[in-house]
Design a protein around this ligand. Structure first.
Ligand code: GCU
Length: 339
């Protein structure tokens, strides 16, 4: 009962917010307000990247645009924020490709577990502008497209009890993003998948609704999950990027000169975020240790074997993935040979 009242209030609040956002049509003192939503705290590398985006746009076009960043899921959880970008109630949001999957299934590709053989291969693929631009445009029919990417590290399991081998996942309920492929992956690992938004994870672990989650190390500190889950296992199942998505009508309404400024700002945001990423990750590991989190090294191959059959299954279900998958395999090979 209490839960449904709370949900009702949240819903009311969010519809009031959308109404308010739509009502003021984004103009303040003659300036067009640009609203950007993301799920992380203000110390997270993505927020720092967006601050540079804001500064850059305002340094070039400050008489016309006022960029405002809304962190911490303030405008709603990620899927909701994507919908707000879709309708144009807000202009930009950072979204994980996991959460973009239901808007265009091309994004399933990044949810394939053990897709990239190394961080180098992952970065090389993400830096391939030709490949990525074609993927970025795939959601045009849905009313938005991606303009750049942000590193979101490597995803690993964390839980209330240690996960040392895949056997330890049996009978466990693990949170996944709201993505059908991630649900499949979790089932293939032998655990029960609990899809939910990122902001719900802390309470769900704390109250015992789920046993754990899977994410990069920053989830332990920036999102405080290390307070309630003390074991983090380096099984390295995914490298899932975050994308900065923008409302298409807004982007298409910019003059070529303005669009260039926004593109340069996006590139700068990515540069800053990536420079901050490893620094922030190392800091998160130290902080998590101080919180009492134990980091567990494991036999990655044992985890990989459990989910490898998914590659074939997903590629046959969605033939669109094949050319991108093949390209990624080529990059995996190239990087391996260079080492
Ligand atoms: C990471 C990622 C977010 C994503 C979150 C999640 O933190 O950066 O964009 O929403 O994982 O698991 O939902």
């Amino acid at each position: 009962m209490l839960k449904s009242i709370k949900k009702g209030i949240a819903l009311l609040l969010s519809s009031a917010l959308v109404f308010a956002l739509a009502g003021c049509s984004g103009a303040a003192g003659g300036k067009r307000i640009i609203r950007i939503s993301h799920s992380q705290s203000e110390t997270h590398p993505q927020h720092l990247g967006l601050v540079e985006f804001e500064k850059y746009v305002e340094s070039k076009l400050g008489d016309k645009y006022d960029v405002q960043i809304f962190p911490n899921e303030l405008l709603g959880p990620s899927v909701k924020a994507i919908e707000l970008v879709q309708t144009g109630a807000i202009d930009f949001a950072i979204a994980s490709t996991g959460n973009l999957e239901t808007f265009d299934n091309i994004y399933q590709v990044f949810s394939i577990p053990y897709l990239f053989d190394s961080v180098e291969a992952y970065h090389k693929v993400m830096e391939d502008k030709e490949l990525m631009n074609s993927i970025y445009k795939s959601t045009a029919a849905a009313g938005f497209e991606a303009v750049t990417w942000f590193d979101a590290g490597t995803r690993n399991f964390y839980a209330k009890t240690p996960i040392k081998t895949p056997k330890d996942l049996k009978g466990k309920k693990i949170r996944v993003q709201q993505s059908p492929t991630n649900v499949k992956m979790m089932q293939a690992f032998g655990a029960a998948a609990a899809p939910m938004s990122f902001g719900e994870v802390y309470t769900a672990i704390q109250s015992g609704v789920i046993d754990g989650g899977e994410n990069n190390e920053l989830a332990l500190t920036n999102n405080k999950h290390g307070e309630v889950a003390k074991y983090y296992t380096y099984n390295q199942h995914q490298m899932v990027p975050d994308l900065l998505i923008g409302n298409l009508k807004f982007l298409n309404g910019l003059s070529p000169e303005e669009r260039q400024v926004f593109d340069e700002a996006a590139e700068l945001a990515t540069k800053v975020e990536r420079e901050q990423w490893s620094v922030a990750t190392n800091k998160a590991i130290e902080q998590a240790k101080e919180m009492g989190v134990q980091f567990i090294e494991t036999d990655v191959q044992a985890f990989k074997q459990k989910v490898l059959p998914l590659h074939k299954e997903l590629l046959s279900e969605n033939p669109k993935l094949k050319p991108i998958y093949d390209k990624i395999q080529e990059v995996n090979k190239e990087v391996k040979e260079m080492k």
